[in-house]
Design a protein around this ligand. Structure first.
Ligand code: COS
Length: 383
């Protein structure tokens, strides 16, 4: 068994870390404060190859493995959750479904601008009344001549209402299955289609510099050919996409925990109370030791899940485990990192305050911690 990363993975990590330190870290706090999506970093991230990382080169992607993508997300999350969210949702949720399930024409049409970072694409699953109960989608689509007519709404959709958002993959009820349950299908809806509107959602506690949207479909007509893959396979497509997406949420937990740990260690070595650095009090040294331990476990779990995926083995259970564990590790690490910073940790001029807020999303988005426990319970045969 060899746990070392390849030279390519190490180079990628260093390149993305240098970029994140140089281009993202200095602006992250202000963007969070202003709740502002930063268009200027998009072409820079794209130039670095951060979009379409696991997509083959024929569609404009980078042709890398999934672990490379996960390492990249981890390194961005080490300095900022919002930028990591833009990249993670851009790749796994935006590009992913079109790449995995699109026909040749759809892939050729939609993927190159998304892989070059000129555009972003949303993942239209969640609805006001279909959150954890994702298959309870109420958005409908029926065929009228050569078009689908879509009605309904979506909520909490990342990357769908920026100035460069090109569209959304929308899960819709397209009929009723023989067993009486709704037939669900995914349909590609381009920005600018009459009857489709994406509105930014403001007032978020976390990921404040990422784009989150509410979507409205009112007799929105899209060509019949915009059906993604097979009719009636929409829910499987969404679930399969989430298996991969959950690994990127794991990466955000791991990277965010790493960032918090580094800030806490640095601060604890510098901060002097009772005549000595607070890191040298055993109670604090133990906190830091526990952080390092949990981060190491999180990294092993996440990378193993990526290895399963990259080698074509089943990975959904491990993806749920990695998503659950990494996001909860970041919760514990961020909590102790703020604790170690004392009163300063509560102030916005200390980045640890932002990380503490950003972490909470990871236990909720792409399937709550409770849903991950359901998924794992089913895989181990307990439920
Ligand atoms: N990949 C492919 N297919 C899957 C799948 C997966 N990972 N998980 C489930 N399916 C299939 C099942 O095989 C089942 O197929 P049939 O209808 O042919 O039997 C179908 O999807 C429904 O599955 P299931 O009965 O397990 O659905 P439930 O309604 O019980 O819900 C959970 C399953 C709770 C796991 C699912 O709704 C879920 O993940 N919810 C959270 C959604 C989420 O993460 N939202 C966040 C979005 S933010 S981007």
């Amino acid at each position: 068994m060899d746990f070392s990363l390849s030279m390519e993975h190490e180079i990628l990590r260093k390149t993305v870390r240098d970029f994140a330190e140089r281009e993202i870290k200095p602006i992250a706090r202000e963007l969070d404060e202003k709740e502002e999506f930063h268009y200027e970093t998009m072409p820079k991230m794209a130039e670095l190859g951060l979009f379409g990382m696991f997509v083959s080169e024929e569609y404009g992607g980078q042709g890398m493995d999934y672990l490379s993508y996960i390492i990249a997300v981890e390194e961005i999350a080490r300095v900022d959750g919002s930028h990591a969210a833009t990249v993670a949702a851009g790749n796994s949720l935006g590009i992913g479904p079109i790449y995995y399930f699109g026909n040749e024409e759809q892939k050729r049409k939609y993927l190159p601008p998304l892989c070059s970072g000129q555009g972003l694409w949303g993942f239209g699953l969640t609805e006001p009344n279909a959150g954890s109960d994702a298959s309870n989608s109420k958005t409908t689509a029926y065929l009228q001549g050569d078009h689908w007519v879509i009605n309904g709404s979506k909520i909490f959709i990342t990357n769908a209402s920026t100035k460069i958002s090109k569209g959304v993959t929308s899960l819709c009820r397209t009929g009723t299955r023989p067993d009486g349950r709704p037939e669900l299908s995914c349909i590609l809806v381009e920005t600018g289609t009459p009857g489709y509107e994406a509105r930014p959602m403001k007032g978020k506690m976390m990921w404040r510099a990422s784009n989150t949207s509410e979507l409205y479909f009112e007799d929105c007509k899209v060509p019949k050919e915009n059906l993604l893959g097979e009719q009636g396979k929409g829910f499987y497509q969404m679930m399969q996409t989430l298996d991969g997406g959950r690994l990127s949420i794991g990466a955000m937990g791991l990277g965010g925990a790493q960032g918090c740990f580094e800030m806490a260690l640095k601060y604890a070595k510098e901060r002097v109370q009772f005549g000595k650095p607070i890191a040298t009090f055993q109670v604090n040294a133990f906190k830091l030791a526990d952080m390092a331990l949990e981060i190491e476990c999180a990294r092993l779990l996440l990378y193993k899940a990526c290895w399963l995926r990259d080698t074509g083995k089943p990975f959904a259970k491990e993806a749920a485990m990695a998503k659950l564990y990494c996001s909860e590790v970041m919760g514990r690490v961020a909590n102790q990192a703020v604790q170690l910073h004392g009163g300063y940790g509560l102030m916005k001029e200390y980045d640890v305050e932002r990380f503490y807020r950003d972490q909470k999303l990871l236990e909720i988005g792409e399937g709550t911690s409770e849903i991950q426990r359901i998924v794992i319970s089913r895989y181990i045969g307990a439920l």
